[in-house]
Design a protein around this ligand. Structure first.
Ligand code: ZN
Length: 244
């Protein structure tokens, strides 16, 4: 523990300590072998309000391991570009992809587990560099998403894959809605989140097709209930695996 930071910010450390103790109590209370969090390998009776009691992973994060297996994307060791991963996503993937230098983590701002700080709409990375790219609930935050998609297309090797999920808003929305003139303060009211530039619909994959990707789709609602329950997934989620 950094004692200088502890003295400067005691509330932050009190909060971290509280969450650690809280999670240990929840793990004890939820002992069992009915559900599995593939992010941290916790097994238990049930998830706590959708979250893993041990690592706090959300259903959408637990959908990553499921999707990688579903589309058979980690069978060979890929050179991987992960766009703006959260800590849980990073911790999970880094153990799957070895050596670690074949796993690049890109973000527009510096974050501890990020190794490339660049804008996805315009990187200086070399074309044909990656076998696999992942953008998980990220593209809805990027105003020029089609530029970002085109950049990933450029960076992927031929036959490479781009694994993507975005929130569908409102639920079961079929048609993506976007108004580039909408002021930022209206994002929450229109798109359901203060930082979402658009309301993605189930037709969002067409933006990738327009750039040249072939598409495969996974709708969680079409999966067997036993998978949904076991891995704590959400039936309103969608995943696309695009191939260059
Ligand atoms: Zn977990």
């Amino acid at each position: 523990m950094n004692f200088k930071k502890l003295i400067l910010n005691p509330e932050l450390y009190a909060n971290i300590a509280y969450k650690r103790i809280r999670n240990r109590v929840r793990v004890l209370c939820y002992r069992g072998d009915i559900v599995v969090c593939e992010i941290c390998n916790w097994r238990g009776k049930k998830f706590f309000k959708g979250c893993c009691p041990k690592c706090n992973s959300l259903p959408r994060t637990r959908l990553i391991p499921f999707s990688l297996a579903y589309f058979k994307l980690l069978n060979d060791t890929p050179k991987l570009l992960h766009v703006a991963p959260n800590v849980n996503e990073f911790n999970y993937i880094k153990d799957k992809v070895t050596p670690l230098d074949s796993y690049d983590r890109l973000n527009i701002r510096p974050v501890k587990h990020i190794n490339i700080v660049q804008d996805l709409t315009n990187t200086s990375l070399k074309e044909f560099s990656y076998d696999l790219a992942i953008a998980w609930h990220v593209l809805e935050h990027i105003p020029k998403d089609q530029q970002a998609i085109a950049e990933v297309y450029r960076l992927l090797k031929k036959g490479g894959h781009f694994l993507v999920s975005v929130p569908i808003y409102p639920l079961e929305n079929m048609t993506t809605f976007e108004d580039v003139n909408l002021p930022y303060e209206d994002y929450e009211r229109i798109h359901g989140h203060y930082d979402h530039c658009r309301s993605c619909g189930l037709d969002y994959y067409k933006r990738f097709e327009a750039i040249g990707f072939k598409v495969s789709q996974l709708l969680v609602k079409d999966l067997e209930t036993e998978f949904v329950d076991r891995f704590g997934l959400r039936t309103d989620h969608v995943v696309w695996c695009f191939t260059k």
